[in-house]
Write a protein that binds this ligand. Structure first.
Ligand code: NAD
Ligand code: MG
Length: 384
């Protein structure tokens, strides 16, 4: 299978390339992309020898292109090249592993072109769920979730009509048990020290605020066509149960494994087959306990904000996502305290008008407006 890995230099990218390298008989690399890290991308091309490489955040550069050409790799520049490789006739599967709104256009292009889309970029469904799902339906694209919870739900789902509830599990992140008055002073490194998973910095902060789970509720709403009222979040600090589906007859089906991203990546890549992942087998008897608790909305105000945006509908989730990206970036840069992240998002949601229009253009317009409002809000907070 010819595979394009969008976001090849990230955490999802690395894990995907591991699978591909372990199964050269199954996967041929068609394209690898990075935003600006030319050296890291060149190194990956040396190992994996794709047909194309893309530097989406770099203008054309002949010297750079020549160093890739030495490896017989054609280097493309600019964001439009992401859509080009994702929809190329020779490309069969696309790992959508770019972080944030920057991944929407290429994910949508892959869905429109009928590819097998390995969906890690949850922000695409948050911003434009109905658009991406319609594109996939019309083209026959197969969307396979790489997000652990959605991958778990996908594995548990047999009869969507008979689903009573989807229960998404959340670890609660690094601050689940921290005294509330200490949250104000947490640092980016503390926020990124996730107890069970090693991931990129943006999703790690999202896990600490639990906006990650909010984004996942919206992702699940579109991916599985189940409305917000039937999607619940439960905290499960051990990250062994990756999510559950309850049916109308009271049966609850869960997917369990040790928290090892190789399990879900192998599943999505090999589906409907199964291949060995190398993950440590689950030893239930050795586990002292599996615990569950309800999320505390005072500690995690981002979660109700995400539900509110989903219920408001239209472009509200796109505004939520944009404000979150801006606030998280400011927090990571030391310009905003952790506890101000939800305040910036709430103020932005109140300041951006909601629209029912679901075109890529109108969504990107709302994204830009929300980014501007969120930045203004952060500047105001700093000036005060
Ligand atoms: P990361 O920060 O490790 O990697 C991000 C990748 O995106 C890099 O290759 C980077 O070059 C590229 N990128 C960044 N900005 C870009 C831009 N403006 N244009 C084009 N490319 C850009 O992130 P990650 O942890 O691998 O997460 C990637 C996506 O997968 C996110 O949407 C995240 O929510 C989702 N996800 C990740 C995990 C995980 O285990 N890491 C789990 C579930 C879902
Ligand atoms: Mg997840």
């Amino acid at each position: 299978m010819n595979l394009a890995v969008l976001g090849a230099t990230g955490s999802i990218g690395a894990s995907t390339l591991d699978v591909a390298a372990a199964h050269p008989d199954r996967y041929r690399l068609f394209a690898l992309t990075a935003h600006a890290s030319a050296d890291a991308l060149l190194e990956l091309c040396r190992v994996h020898r794709p047909k194309y490489a893309v530097l989406s955040g770099v203008p054309g550069n002949a010297a750079l292109a020549a160093s890739f050409r030495d490896l017989h790799v054609e280097l493309l520049f600019g964001a439009a090249a992401l859509e080009q490789v994702a929809s190329d006739a020779d490309c069969e599967a696309v790992m959508a592993g770019i972080v944030g709104a920057a991944g929407l256009a290429s994910t949508l292009a892959a869905a429109r072109a009928g590819k097998r889309v390995l969906l890690a970029n949850k922000e695409a469904l948050v911003m434009a769920g109905p658009l991406v799902m319609r594109a996939a339906r019309e083209s026959g694209a197969k969307l396979l979730p790489v997000d652990s919870e959605h991958n778990a739900v996908f594995q548990c789902l047999s009869d969507v009509k008979a689903v009573r509830r989807i229960m998404l599990t959340a670890s609660g992140g690094p601050f689940r048990a921290l005294a509330l008055d200490k949250l104000d002073a947490v640092t980016p490194d503390q926020a990124c020290a996730h107890p069970n998973w090693v991931m990129g910095r943006k999703i790690s902060v999202d896990s600490a605020t639990m906006m990650n789970k909010g984004l996942e509720v919206i992702e699940a709403r579109w991916l599985f066509d189940v409305e917000a009222g039937r999607i619940e979040v439960v905290i499960h600090p051990q990250s062994i149960v990756h999510s559950l589906v309850e049916y109308v007859d009271g049966s609850v089906i869960a997917q369990l494994s040790n928290p090892d991203m190789r399990v879900r990546d192998r599943h999505a890549l090999a589906y409907p087959e199964r291949i060995a992942s190398g993950a440590r087998p689950l030893d239930l008897a050795a586990m002292k306990s599996l615990s569950f608790e309800r999320p505390d909305h005072q500690r995690f105000p981002c979660l109700p904000l995400a539900y509110a945006a989903l219920r408001a509908g239209g472009t509200a989730p796109a505004a939520l996502n944009a404000a979150n990206e801006v606030a998280v970036e400011a927090f990571l840069a030391g310009r905003l305290p952790f506890t101000a992240i939800p305040r910036v998002i709430e103020a932005t949601l109140n300041a951006v008008s909601n629209s029912d229009s679901m075109s890529l253009e109108s969504i990107m317009e709302v994204d830009a407006t929300a980014r501007r409002k969120a930045s203004e809000r952060i500047q105001m907070a700093r000036a005060a």
